[in-house]
Design a protein around this ligand. Structure first.
Ligand code: ADP
Ligand code: ZN
Ligand code: ZN
Length: 823
């Protein structure tokens, strides 16, 4: 009797694929990886999802599993349950989740190589593109598609390759590539036969007689380098590299001595990840307010699975987390500590490692894939980290016994993954994951998301407040500055009001630091011809190109399309092209001109993109007072803790408000309140200068008064009125295509069918604010579902409608996807 397995694959289509097991593989376990053939030629790594005794009906030839990679599962039953939930809630395939969850080093895949066919007919006519590919292959015998695209600088070559295959000019082959290799160190030991001083002496003279100077040196150096461990009665091994360098010999010489049976080589697997060392026995003692909050959280956890900790900035939320983690791991359970952004991990890692040392693991995408594979493997072993600190993707790590998830800065929208699928919100996933493990979730923030606050207000979540800052530093004083009026009077200096410049000056004199916040990177978001108003736009997207002055480039922030600055306007040949608007690079420029002797650093995507250490350097320079002014985008607003910042400047509050999005006001409040919270030092109140052209805007007023509740209530009213969360669940249906007419038709039909099932809960299709990205036109249909309704049922209907639209030949190449709970 044969056995069958349902396997999930890292491909977006379908759910599971059935394969037959070879007899020797029949004891494979659910959750193990298998190598399987797919389609005509492809080979993939799949994960066993189900094991069955009978073949599914109606499938003619079921293919065989090539091999089983694991003895033990690499994902456990709780993870499988979590993936199933994710797939049904976020309307995505298990394959999408597989792709996102597992480091690529654990997914062996085949790659297609293209090569010339020997003795094909030379007279065959080739198109221009085809001959370019042909020439490239002539020079370089075997190449992957990506390599050919690179060497020929041609794009979209697949159709040409296909036609070259049909003409018999090229053929292809699939090759497996294993991306993960463990780091190994070669150690040298002496052959066990040489186990007494007499025999070793005999060996030395033997080598001497052999008249190999090199071998003699290698042997004597080896004997000098080893030491004998009496307790274990063992002789230490010698690192091969050290041996060759100390004895001035080479690998070849050592290898020949191995062949002769003098030495043995023993490989030792090395860890890529260094262990932390703890330097502190116990967490810091809490002050009375913190202790009270901690008690209250614990009491809430007796009855509720999720608790919201609403604590002002610098109240010591992190200290409370540390106490909770400590207690949880004392009970032999694991903790997942989520942060919204990699930039924050540095400071928190430094605080956690002091206490948790080798029990602490960090996980995010700035680690190499090989490092992520090793963390994954460690989490499966008996020696798993007890605490994982990570960004959203760490919800996919295996845990053996999770007791607590902390979601820090729970209001942050970076917990939501926009692209690619799965489009999940890690905060919301955390509560589900915790539930599956029977664990608790603590959401922490100084500016709760409307949804979480609403859940707390309705007793769905526990709720704890912490209103006193540590050492009772006062919350900052926020002063609005009317930029419109000042501009009218021509009082501003560049992007700065006189008040802000004066306060920066004062702070610098007092040797205090300053943070300047502008949520836009680059020099200016637009350049414009002064004469005719021409604005350079991206050729692939409907956006203007951002001016990057240092690089002398115009860049699209959506697709990366980049050109050098044109010398003149192409439409009227005028030379006067002027930047408009304000980006962080310009702020830096202006500040350096105003304060030439002051050290300024900038933190945005451009300055931190390059390496894992780039963030750390900017943050530690500022912490160590090596720079006086820190300029940044929203990156500087998030949970960073500096002790000498007295002034925060919000340069252009209006740019945060003017978004046609139901969350714009909530987010503007959160950003401004958060960045303001960076101001204030021990014993002194900080000052925030808030520059705006609309000082009477209600949100600006709420920020100035630090009145979260007023913001919450006004927003809640709007949300109820216009059917938004938390009263309604939103699903965006996105549709994309190169051809706008095709898209227009497809989206109209999609909307019509959706309306047929969901009636007036459907809006659109509309062209979003940016109507074209990467050459694809975009349409969006909005579906608003009552919050108690089932996403699963709605999802089934939506998927059916999607299939129906795609089955129409005209629309088969339209991309359709769903974004559930968009941010
Ligand atoms: P939050 O997370 O609420 O912003 P933090 O935990 O970062 O606040 O605390 C702010 C600062 O005060 C940090 O530098 C922290 O080390 C210090 N701090 C807070 N509580 C304590 C405590 N109980 N003992 C020692 N230092 C504390
Ligand atoms: Zn012009
Ligand atoms: Zn673009």
């Amino acid at each position: 009797m044969s056995k069958f397995v349902d396997v999930i694959l890292p491909v977006p289509i379908g759910a599971c694929f059935t394969y037959i097991l070879r007899q020797e593989d029949e004891n494979v376990k659910i959750g193990c990886r298998v190598i399987i053939p797919f389609g005509k030629k492809k080979i993939y790594t799949g994960i066993v999802w189900r094991i069955k005794d009978t073949a599914p009906e109606g499938i003619a030839d079921i293919k065989e599993v090539y091999s089983v990679l694991d003895k033990q599962p690499i994902i456990n039953s709780k993870q499988r349950k979590f993936w199933e939930w994710m797939s049904s809630y976020y309307l995505c395939s298990l394959g999408d989740i597989f792709k996102a969850a597992i480091p690529s080093g654990m997914k062996i895949e085949s790659e297609t190589y293209v090569m010339l066919t020997p003795d094909f007919d030379e007279d065959i006519k080739l198109t221009n593109k085809e001959s370019i590919i042909y020439n490239s292959l002539k020079a370089n015998k075997e190449q992957t598609i990506a390599q050919i695209e690179k060497s020929t600088q041609e794009k979209n070559i697949l159709s040409s390759i296909k036609s070259l295959i049909e003409k018999g000019v090229v053929s292809i082959r699939e090759s497996l590539n294993n991306k993960y290799h463990s780091l190994k160190k070669a150690n040298i030991t002496l052959n066990q036969a040489y186990n007494t001083p007499a025999i070793i002496n005999e060996l030395i003279s033997q080598v001497q007689r052999g008249r190999s100077e090199n071998q003699y040196r290698a042997l004597t150096t080896y004997l000098n380098l080893i030491h004998y461990d009496e307790s274990s009665n063992e002789i230490s091994a010698v690192d091969k590299k050290e041996l060759t360098s100390q004895s001035s010999t080479s690998d070849a010489i050592i290898n020949s001595m191995v062949k002769k049976g003098i030495f043995n080589i023993v490989y030792e697997k090395l860890n890529r990840i260094k262990e932390f060392v703890s330097t502190q026995d116990a967490p810091n003692a809490l002050n009375e307010y913190q202790q009270e909050a901690l008690n209250s959280i614990n009491k809430n956890f007796d009855q509720k699975d999720v608790c919201l900790l609403n604590g002002v900035t610098s109240s010591g939320k992190t200290e409370i987390y540390i106490h909770l983690i400590h207690k949880t791991i004392e009970c032999k359970k694991q903790v997942l500590y989520l942060l919204p952004e990699i930039a924050l991990t540095t400071q928190i890692t430094n605080r956690l490692k002091k206490i948790f040392g080798k029990d602490l693991g960090v996980y995010h995408s700035k680690f190499s894939d090989a490092e992520r594979v090793e963390i994954w493997q460690k989490q499966l072993s008996d020696n798993a980290y007890k605490v994982i600190l990570g960004v959203r993707s760490s919800i996919f790590l295996p845990f053996q016994d999770l007791g607590l998830i902390i979601v820090d800065e729970e209001h942050e929208n970076s917990y939501k993954q926009y692209d690619p699928s799965p489009r999940y919100n890690a905060r919301d996933c955390a509560t589900v994951l915790a539930h599956i493990y029977n664990a608790k979730t603590l959401l922490g923030t100084a500016t709760p998301s409307i949804e979480s606050y609403y859940n707390a207000a309705n007793q769905k979540y526990g709720y704890v407040e912490l209103n006193t800052r540590y050492k009772e530093i006062q919350l900052p004083h926020i002063v609005p500055v009317d930029m419109k009026e000042l501009r009218h009077k021509k009082r501003n200096v560049g992007s700065f009001s006189p008040l802000l410049i004066e306060e920066i000056n004062n702070a610098l004199q007092r040797k205090e630091q300053i943070i300047l916040f502008q949520n836009r990177r680059g020099y200016a978001p637009i350049i414009e011809c002064k004469e005719c108003g021409w604005i350079p736009k991206c050729k692939n997207c409907d956006v203007s190109l951002t001016y990057h002055k240092k690089l002398n480039q115009l860049t699209c922030h959506y697709c990366g399309y980049t050109i050098t600055i044109p010398q003149e306007c192409p439409s009227c040949h005028n030379h006067d092209l002027r930047p408009h608007g304000l980006g962080t690079e310009k702020v830096e420029d202006e500040i350096s001109n105003l304060f030439p002797n002051i050290k300024v650093s900038r933190m945005d995507l451009d300055t931190t993109r390059t390496s894992k250490s780039a963030y750390e350097k900017i943050i530690s320079n500022f912490e160590n007072k090596k720079s006086d002014i820190l300029i940044g985008t929203q990156m500087v607003s998030k949970g960073l803790d500096f002790d000498n910042v007295s002034i925060v400047g919000i340069l252009d509050a209006d740019s945060l408000l003017n978004f046609p999005d139901f969350r714009a006001h909530e987010r503007a409040f959160q950003l401004m309140a958060q960045v303001s919270g960076r101001a204030g030092r021990k014993g002194k109140q900080g000052l925030v200068i808030l520059q705006t052209r609309t000082p009477d805007d209600p949100i600006i007023k709420h920020v100035i008064k630090n009145d979260y509740l007023a913001m919450y209530e006004s927003q809640l009213m709007e949300r109820q009125l216009f059917h938004y969360p938390p009263f309604f669940r939103i699903i965006y249906i996105y549709m994309k295509h190169h051809n706008e007419n095709v898209l227009e038709n497809a989206s109209n039909i999609m909307a019509e069918l959706t309306r047929y099932s969901f009636h007036n809960r459907v809006l659109g299709p509309d062209k979003p604010l940016i109507g074209r990205i990467q050459s694809l036109h975009i349409r969006r249909i909005v579906l608003k579902l009552e919050s108690h309704s089932s996403i699963k049922q709605a999802g089934n209907i939506l998927n059916q409608i999607k299939s129906q639209v795609l089955s129409d030949k005209r629309f088969s190449s339209v991309t359709i996807y769903f974004d559930v709970d968009p941010q």
